[in-house]
Ligand binder design. Sequence first.
Ligand code: HAM
Length: 432
Amino acid sequence: MFLIILLELNLKKINNMIQSIRGTKDILPDTVEYWNFVESSFRHTSHLYGYKELRTPIFEKTEVFSRSIGEATEVVNKQMYTFTDKGAESITLRPEMTAALVRSVVQNSLLHDSPLLRLWYFGPFFRFERPQKGRMRQFHQYGAECIGSANPEADAEVILLADSLFKSVGINEYKLFINTLGSDESRKLYLDELVKYFQKVKEKLSDDSKYRLETNPLRILDSKNEEDTELLKEAPLILDYLDNESKEHFDAVKDFLNGAGLTYTISPRLVRGLDYYNHTVFEFQSTVLGAQDSFGGGGRYNNLIEQLGGPSTPAVGFALGIERILLILENTDKLNKTENTTKVYIVTANQELIKYSINLANKLREKNIGTILDLQKRSIKSQMKEANKVGVKYVIIIGDNEISRGILTIKNMQSSEQTEVPLDSIEKFKFE
Ligand code: HAM
């Protein structure tokens, strides 16, 4: 009977517990240091390339994304977290940053003071996708955007920046796929041919691709469906429809990448899922990721700034999925625990001495020595156990005996060596 009541109580407790939203993840204290490692390495590398950080709000007017990413894309069509706020405004949690960043650049007239902007960002993004390994509804991206240069050296710069970012965290093996969508004119010419081809074989296309043919034919090239991939073998390729300007631009990008010793594969069917691209597009893939193997991508977007109300300005950039980068690091054993930064644990023998311990802890912290003390009135033995668990290097023991003799005992937890230090010279002790 007693057991049943206990079980019921526990069930009640479980029912009372609120779960996080599907596709979101808590970053707990023992993994947050990996996040900090990636973020600080990326921050450092961005600065080496002269990129400055820009932060925008987590939500925007829906128009920012629908006008730029494209109404017919999956991101806008199916994946956006859009709601009407209490002021009857349509608001969207940002599914990506490029459009939001461009909105900010235009609104704050950043191009006015500097015709070439090098910007980076890091933060959470939201897409309503079916969650699986490496695919979340709230995920994080690092991204970099180079705004103001139409030249192929800017395309090469952002790709080289990505390569340096990977190396900064220990990712030395990955695959870089590149393609070009050409100028607006080449792309239009190509699209006409592509649609003609698919119209002829329409009946054999998957239902998804039949729909794409009406809304966003380029996306058929991305299809993983078996019937579609068979048809794709015969489909026209953008590389055969490039005008001279597009060809020259793409050749120069490849030339710069060759010169920098970067290995890449030309992937003529790579089109990316967002509408704003023209000319160079690229993607980074890893073999350790499984189905969600693309851990970053980007390209040139020469029309977006004007489309969002700014001056006609060329730009190129990319974004990396942080969860996927961490998965790569996990799979290749590149994540090491950093050293515990709390150096000292003050063991207080009795409650009368706690005031003394609080003040001593504060003095040590002012000297940049990480210090903690017991907050649960535990026995000396339990406090020593806790100090061991936390992994501090030193324990300071404050007891009646010590205080009456005007000393403190400092124990080095690694060597077990104990030192008695006069009360008034504790601050001179070298906690190294
Ligand atoms: P994207 O390819 O949509 O591009 O996203 C970039 C990266 O974000 C992906 O390669 C992936 O690693 C990560 N990612 C996307 N969706 C998810 C998800 N649901 N869960 C986990 N990770 C995800 C963009 O967002 C463009 N704004 C990139 C860009 C910047 N183009 C020019 N500038």
